[in-house]
Design a protein around this ligand. Sequence first.
Ligand SMILES: [Zn+2]
Length: 263
Amino acid sequence: MAEVCYLCGRPIDSEPASGDHVIPVSLITRDQPKAKGFDYGGKLPTHADCNNRFGPETYVTKALDLLEFLVGADGHGEFQHRDHPHITIKALDASKLPNFTQRDIEFFKFMDVREEDYDAWSKPEFFNGKQKTNPMRDALHVAFSVLAKSAAALLIKRDLHAVPPAWRIYAAPFSGATDAVDFGGILGDTKSFDPGVHVWRKPLSATDWLVVYRARSVLLFLVFVFSGENAGATLKQHFQGAEVHEFSGTSLNELLTTGWRKL
Ligand SMILES: [Zn+2]
């Protein structure tokens, strides 16, 4: 039987196949694959093309850095332009994001004004033709997509043992997670994949799954609904005070195209 690529759902025939790490390599700081006391997620087969398309994976740690920074109190602020109140500027202290490269700055659509005169960037003309951006939202979406894909991979590998023909995923993010966060009592004990990287899975029904994914300070509640039902309203009630985002598609590749919809 031909292997199936878990990202597009199509068979892998003669095309060059590659293996995708179930837990993103960028989240693992220890030596892979085996280390005492840690779980190892292994790999799932994919087309090389499909695997490469998930470029944002390399940005997941940057997205997590950015989220940690933005939920903290220091080094950022939002300002309304004094003379042009329709312009809102979110200023970030670059020294708080020492690992951000020029490529990351472009990916998150920041405008680097460290080399610019205040006179230049305080004029509304400076913003003409520049894309409006919301780094918190972009960082969340990158983190969602990569963590949801990883949670999906873990479900396929350990629970479903097949690639589902369609996906409906709900994601509710929380920040400020620490090692004190432990769902072992209610969702079953599991080992960490790396310090600060922990995933709990539990069936909610004969078809649906809850996955709680902790990646450092970010805690993502994911509900995978394979019964075809729309669970948005129930989940919004359940996760009061949190933003609930929905993805539905026939393949995980669509995380990169149709993406997430905020409910
Ligand atoms: Zn594929």
